[in-house]
Design a protein around this ligand. Structure first.
Ligand code: SF4
Ligand code: SF4
Length: 426
């Protein structure tokens, strides 16, 4: 099987040597971060398996889809309406960009001081290390931040990129612009896949994606219990996998895990020590395999109970209505659903502050850790607004700025431990 996979990667144009380097890092990291946890739910078995086959089975499925004439479309942001891609018979995959690979190559076309996420996706593409990227027939970008916006122009030299113009405000005229962008996107996807989106296919795609989001919401609800029946690290892994796994299969497996967690809750069987700090992590998305900060936080004795991030609640907290009559109605519903995302690209972004206060209360959190990637202007600057809002509600906050390297793990640990001491949970 391993040989078949190598042949498959080679046929995709993946640089096998660089890819071997990536694969040699991943399993040990996964072992240290995930398999070392105690009292993990049995239902995590499926997600361990999906991760162990991250460049194997799922890539094979994508190739089978392509062999039948299907298209694979990559996305970097939760603003990409995956319902539309699905309705046109395409597969949407979230491209991860969570590892420091190919940085030297990326720096040939990008400035050195740019956020690690942008550097990572450029490095993955230029270094030909990611079989997902190499499987993509098209990539969908957005204008959420200047770095990404300009980097997509460069990326377009290597793979066709369709850029969605995401507004920066949420006024009526912005909503109208975004609706027209989603409408144009639908036409582009129809053109690209050669498949017409019908009212029926779009309604079904909305239901399928809502099913996935509902299962993720169910998982979140279960974490409101004290003790939480599952670790934050496991939930982050599930949220990361939700971006690329087969939709119905993922939904069934996650619901099965939630059934198990319900039993755990009834039995009072939770993770973490009795009285462990309950923390919410907020900020820039943590793309696969970026588990650094959650690992440090949870090995310092706290339990993460929610992620106010795009690899987290921002991805699944809103659902699109399932009763649209026409394609046009549903495009409007989908556009509205996506514009409710509280990304730091919006100004002002009071709904995100309100959401954080609300989450702290609902999840009975002892504090919030705001985690930004270095050079990420939207989140680093917005951290000030977050601090102000949380201060007004006496919610303790720790602000972290980090990257994909491991060098600062010790420093982060010291700061997390000091924070836990400060909130009386150490
Ligand atoms: S943080 Fe903003 S730009 Fe980044 S994935 Fe989320 S919505 Fe997209
Ligand atoms: S992490 Fe920040 S700077 Fe990087 S792509 Fe996302 S919003 Fe842009």
């Amino acid at each position: 099987m391993a040989n078949d996979y190598r042949r498959m990667w080679e046929s995709l144009g993946v640089d096998l040597e660089a890819h071997d380097q990536l694969l040699s890092i991943l399993p040990p990291t996964f072992g240290t971060v995930y398999m070392s946890q105690e009292n993990r739910p049995e239902g995590m078995e499926y997600f361990n398996f999906v991760f162990s086959e991250v460049h194997g089975l799922r890539i094979q499925e994508l190739q089978e889809h392509k062999a039948k004439g299907g298209k694979v479309i990559g996305a970097f942001c939760v603003f990409v309406p995956e319902e539309i891609i699905r309705a046109a018979g395409g597969i949407c995959v979230g491209l991860c960009s969570g590892a420091e690979i190919g940085a030297a190559k990326a720096e040939q076309v990008l400035p050195r001081n740019i956020c690690p996420l942008i550097k990572s996706f450029m490095g993955f593409k230029l270094g030909k290390v990611c079989p997902y990227f190499e499987s993509c027939d098209m990539v969908v970008g957005e204008t959420t931040c200047d770095g990404k916006k300009k980097a997509f122009e460069i990326l377009n030299d290597y793979v066709p990129v369709h850029v969605l113009e995401t507004p920066q405000m949420k006024r009526d005229k912005d909503k109208e612009l975004w609706r027209s962008e989603v409408r144009d996107f639908l036409a582009e996807v129809e053109n690209f896949t050669g498949n017409k989106v019908t009212a029926e296919s779009l309604r079904q795609a909305i239901k399928d994606i809502n099913g996935k989001r509902r299962a993720l919401l169910r998982l979140s609800e279960l974490r409101k219990n004290n003790p939480s029946p599952i670790s934050g690290k496991d939930c982050l892994l599930i949220e990361q996998i939700s971006m690329y796994d087969d939709v119905p299969r993922f939904t069934v497996q996650l619901n099965a895990l939630c059934d198990e967690l319900e039993v755990r809750v009834k039995e009072g069987n939770g993770v973490g020590k009795q009285g462990a700090a309950r923390l919410i992590v907020s900020g820039t998305p943590m793309a696969l395999p970026n588990w650094k900060a959650p690992h440090v936080i949870e090995t310092s004795g706290a339990v993460i109970v929610a992620e106010e991030m795009c690899t987290g609640l921002r991805y699944f907290e809103n659902l699109a209505p399932e009763n649209g009559e026409t394609v046009n109605d549903m495009v409007g519903d989908i556009a509205a659903r996506y514009l409710d995302i509280n990304c730091a690209c919006f100004t002002p972004n009071k709904p995100r502050m309100d959401k954080l206060v609300q989450l702290a209360e609902e999840y009975k959190a002892d504090g919030i850790i705001h985690c930004s990637l270095a050079f990420c202007d939207p989140y680093l600057v917005e951290a000030n607004r977050v601090e102000k809002a949380l201060q007004e509600h006496n919610i303790p906050l720790l602000k972290l700025e980090t990257d994909y390297g491991q060098e600062d793990s010790g420093q982060i640990k010291t700061r997390v431990e000091a924070f836990l001491e400060m909130i009386g949970k150490k």
